[in-house]
Design a protein around this ligand. Structure first.
Ligand SMILES: Cc1ncc(COP(=O)(O)O)c(C=O)c1O
Length: 410
């Protein structure tokens, strides 16, 4: 490619990102600032300095301190939050704690994350429950379409709804408040998979009050990898246990909620990522005047600019209204003829589609290319403080070049 490689934003100095790569995929695994990684290292140093003191005397207090900072950020009570390594584990944990019966129905939808669906399929197969897959359209005109798609599948047998706050393949903010309220009114519990949501859009757990809510902190809060939380509403906490039981199942710690006693120590592990959640919650807002709301606004405006650049550059239309967009946006790429599509789909890829391989190999841009619910090929853009408008312009040029190259293969 002839155009000069655009620089990231000056704020990129806080991240350890490879300077040779234009990183437009914060959504998949997040990226943790150097300052937060340094805080994590300090917890590790304490652990390695004197492991007995660390695990026996210090870990509970450090977990509590991190949890208190996270709870304030989410408007939640600390009693209702436990740390967990990731959203997938949290979904599996909730499903293991629900007594599903043959004939029960669990509503999911066509934009749910594959790992969560795998855990749901296993829970359904073991119990004889049925999964009802609501079809959320894409392109989508309004969040009402998502609301109706889910609510129209409710029956008297519905036990649970698994619902992403922000969908993974399509990057849409779903109307979780309206859905949790409408489902609660029918006595149906919701398991909200908010993997992307905290740091991406506002999350107020007291206001939302779902039965269960999980999210990754390693995505948009920018804490280290393997840091997530699970919220369990007070009336669902009795007998709620981790997937793996450790020492304190037999011997609860006096003066500590049993939920924390069990979840805060699930065998010997490196808990420093969760300890550093509090540090990430406090460090990130020091980067931008206006703190977290300003970060969310910045990233949303940047991703919308990126979307418009790609729409203009590729002559495509935005497939979702602005009101459903946070810091991610998924666009439907221009389509080739069915014959050429079939031929291109046979190419090997390290990712979901060989176009992604070409974009990384020839243009050094990391951006996911896949499809939403088996539909046409899409690209999902992320925006984080380290990104710039110039990077999306560069991507538009790279896509034009690669789509033309594909065309020649026809
Ligand atoms: C909506 C959603 N749920 C769950 C996950 C799984 O996250 P993890 O691999 O950290 O468990 C992801 C990851 O991207 C996601 O986007």
């Amino acid at each position: 490619m002839s155009a000069t490689i655009p620089s990231p934003s000056p704020l990129a100095r806080h991240w350890a990102l490879d300077p040779e790569i234009i990183y437009l995929n914060h959504g998949s695994f997040g990226a943790c600032p150097r300052e937060v990684l340094a805080a994590q290292q300090r917890y590790r140093d304490r652990m390695e300095g004197e492991a007995i003191r660390f695990f026996v005397q210090e870990l509970d207090g450090l977990m509590d301190a991190s949890r208190a900072r996270l709870a304030a950020f989410l408007n939640a009570d600390v009693e209702d939050l436990v740390f967990i390594p990731n959203a997938t584990t949290a979904v599996a944990t909730v499903l293991a704690n629900i007594q599903l019966r043959p004939g029960d129905e669990i509503i999911a939808n066509t934009h749910e994350y594959p790992a969560c669906m795998n855990n749901l399929r296993r829970a359904a197969a073991r119990s004889g429950a049925q999964i009802v897959n609501a079809a959320i359209p894409f392109p989508i005109r309004s969040s009402r379409e998502a609301f109706d798609a889910i609510m129209s599948r409710v029956t008297t047998k519905t036990r649970l709804v698994l619902l992403s706050h922000v969908t993974s393949p399509s990057g849409l903010i779903l109307p979780v408040q309206e859905l949790v309220e409408a489902l609660s009114a029918k006595g149906i519990d919701t398991l909200v998979d908010g993997a992307h949501a905290p740091g991406f859009c506002e999350v107020d757990l007291k206001k939302l009050s779902p039965a269960y809510y999980t999210a990754n902190c390693h995505k948009w809060i920018c804490s280290p990898k393997g840091s997530a939380f699970l919220f369990i509403r007070r009336d669902r906490q009795q007998n709620f246990r981790p997937l793996v039981l450790s020492n304190f199942a037999e011997k609860p710690k006096p003066g500590r909620p049993f939920l924390h006693t069990e979840f805060d120590y699930i065998g010997t592990d490196d808990y420093s990522a969760c300890l550093a959640i509090g540090d990430a919650v406090e460090f990130m807002p020091t980067l931008v005047e206006g703190g977290w709301p300003a970060i969310r606004k910045h990233n949303r405006e940047l991703v919308l600019k990126g979307r418009d650049i790609l729409c203009r550059g590729l002559a495509i239309e935005p497939p979702a209204p602005d009101s459903m967009i946070g810091c991610l946006t998924t666009l439907i790429l221009p389509q080739h003829t069915p014959e050429l599509r079939e031929k291109l789909a046979k190419r090997p890829s390290k990712h979901h589609d060989a176009l992604q391989d070409a974009i990384i190999d020839r243009h050094r841009i990391q951006v996911p290319i896949w499809s939403v619910a088996g539909g046409p090929r899409t690209i999902r853009l992320s925006a984080q403080l380290y990104n710039t408008v110039g990077q999306y312009e560069y991507l538009a040029g790279a896509l034009r070049e690669e789509l033309a190259r594909e065309q020649k293969l026809g």
